[in-house]
Write a protein of this length. Structure first.
Length: 378
């Protein structure tokens, strides 16, 4: 049985789509990129800057927040938005990614996944029902089903086993979600199937039969080439309802996002803008700029004089290089906010191009700009 729809598809250009998702904490314009606040914070970036950069929605992590400070504590303090001071929409992942990333600390069976906490070694069980309960306590606008994510490459039989388990868990998550409905809050299913196109199609069809507010495509950007990721999107997306949002989880680079939007994806999240910023890499309309390189030491140019974000226009590459090489916290902070702002500029430009029917030209021009790369001063 399908759940109520909170998504409005406003326009298409080829397979690319633009739309609007209505949540209890506000509207989300799609395509959208969600900055990742794993433990209820963006590393080195203030919530105010996230909003000013143009983000409509952010992501929190069920597993990490469940362990610290605890879902019940957050609920008692008014929910995740009130606790953090972010007044906009939030999506929480289910803990499924940690089934893969913390494989050495967990045991998996039909009923649940049992972790040894990476904080203190305490035993913690996360079942589909508990995952939904935790996300309800956090108060997120969009909850994700608990699934099993398999690191690629993997044997086809392991991929199919995880996909089928994820479908069974999807049914349990939906029952748990419907047992205590909250007006306007949403539950997304997650397409699994590794790098096997037939399994991706099977998973997508199975989830649609169960019925969700939206659909994630998970288990990608976990070791496979970009060409494989795009092939899996092409296998799954046509099986998903056109009137529901499609979310490519954990992706990725600006190029990954551009190509996925071209194939009909609406929502994205990734730690890449802040993680790369902390390591001296900036994303710009002319490609990535590695501020650790000595060639920037005497470069007076800003990162991008045409950027809408003040920090990208105001600070010289020489100064940013100095901050990065000196290990100054300000360097990581500036590059992280610059990167988040660039991602939001890219999403806004894609929305405008789709709405005006010029996405193909925008796609070509954007890739040509990146191909120019990090051009040295003359």
């Amino acid at each position: 049985m399908s759940l109520p729809n909170h998504f409005e598809l406003l326009g298409t250009d080829g397979a690319a789509r633009t739309g609007r998702l209505t949540t209890p904490h506000g509207l989300v314009r799609t395509p959208t990129f969600m900055p990742v606040g794993t433990a209820g914070a963006m590393k080195g970036v203030h919530w105010r800057e996230i909003r000013e950069a143009g983000a409509d929605i952010v992501l929190g992590n069920t597993y990490h927040l469940m362990l610290r400070p605890g879902a019940e504590r957050i609920a008692a303090l008014g929910g995740l938005q009130h606790f953090t001071g972010w007044d906009g929409p939030m999506l929480t992942d289910s803990g499924g990614f940690q089934v893969m990333s913390l494989a050495s600390l967990r045991k998996l069976d039909e009923q649940a996944v049992t972790f040894r906490s990476h904080i203190d070694g305490a035993k913690v069980e996360l079942s589909p029902e508990r995952s939904i309960e935790v996300q309800r306590l956090l108060g997120s606008d969009i909850a994700m089903q608990l699934d099993e994510c398999v690191r690629l490459p993997a044997a086809p039989e392991d991929i199919e086993r995880a996909m089928q388990l994820s479908l069974r868990w999807a049914e349990r998550c939906k029952r748990a979600f419907e047992s205590a409905p909250a007006a306007g809050h949403m539950l997304f299913g997650i397409v699994q199937g590794g790098d096997v196109t037939q399994l991706r199609s099977t998973s997508a069809r199975g989830l649609v039969e169960i019925g969700f507010h939206g659909y994630g495509i998970g288990g990608l950007a976990v070791g496979e080439p970009q060409s494989v990721m795009l092939e899996m999107i092409e296998a799954a997306a046509p099986e998903l309802p056109a009137d529901r949002p499609r979310y490519l989880m954990g992706v990725g680079t600006p190029e990954d996002i551009l190509e996925a939007v071209r194939r009909g994806i609406d929502m994205f999240d990734c730690v890449m803008p802040t993680r790369n910023g902390r390591h001296g890499l900036a994303f710009t309309r002319l490609g990535a700029v590695n501020l650790r390189n000595a060639r920037h030491a005497d470069d007076p140019r800003p990162l991008d004089e045409e950027s809408s974000w003040p920090s990208a226009r105001s600070y010289s590459r020489a100064y940013l290089h100095h901050l990065v090489k000196s290990g100054e916290t300000l360097g990581a902070m500036l590059l992280s906010e610059i990167n988040i702002a660039y991602y939001q500029e890219l999403m806004a430009a894609m929305r405008a191009a789709i709405a005006s029917g010029t996405f193909a030209a925008f796609h070509e021009q954007t890739r040509a700009g990146w191909a120019r790369g990090d051009i040295a001063p003359r």
